[in-house]
Ligand binder design. Structure first.
Ligand code: ZN
Length: 158
């Protein structure tokens, strides 16, 4: 029987919620290449050595997941500097452009003359609870190893 190790492509069903909350953040099926930093390190360590059919849950504290929310990444932007501001609503993802980079940010609130947008990772500051079932394990192809990620239905698409 195959067990999860580096250079294996693993298919998992996963459910992600905030720890201590019944609210689901995300769920789905994923093909990933183990041992290539494609998952959170704590989640990869948890799955290491597990066999097909394994099912279990792991809590990952915010500091081991996406870190704490950084107040410096919450921006107050003058409305007159935003193109198409009339179409913007709370919860929308917008792109903040600076000289160096483009930063995706979530619109938090809209005031009379400004918009508050948060560029932190949506899961920053959240303690996470992953429930994972291992559906399949196979050897990675040479191409997958060269790319550092899994291909296929639930993997990376080019
Ligand atoms: Zn690829």
């Amino acid at each position: 029987m195959q067990t999860i190790a580096s250079r294996k492509v693993v298919t998992i069903d996963y459910q992600l919620s905030e720890n201590n909350s019944a609210e689901m953040l995300e769920e789905g099926t994923l093909d990933y290449l183990h041992g290539f930093n494609n998952l959170l390190p704590a989640l990869e360590r948890f799955l290491d050595g597990k066999a097909e059919g394994f099912s279990g849950s792991i809590k990952i504290a915010a500091k081991d997941a996406f870190g704490d929310a950084d107040p410096a990444l919450v921006f107050r932007i003058p409305k007159d500097s935003i193109e198409g501001v009339d179409r913007i609503r709370p919860g929308m993802l917008i792109e903040l452009e600076s000289a160096e980079q483009i930063l995706p940010a979530m619109v938090k609130s809209i005031g009379d003359d400004h918009v508050v947008a948060d560029a932190n990772h949506p899961y920053a500051g959240k303690d996470l609870l992953f429930t994972v079932t291992v559906k399949a394990i196979r050897n990675a192809t040479a191409e997958e190893l060269a790319h550092g990620h899994a291909h296929g239905k639930h993997g990376h698409h080019h």
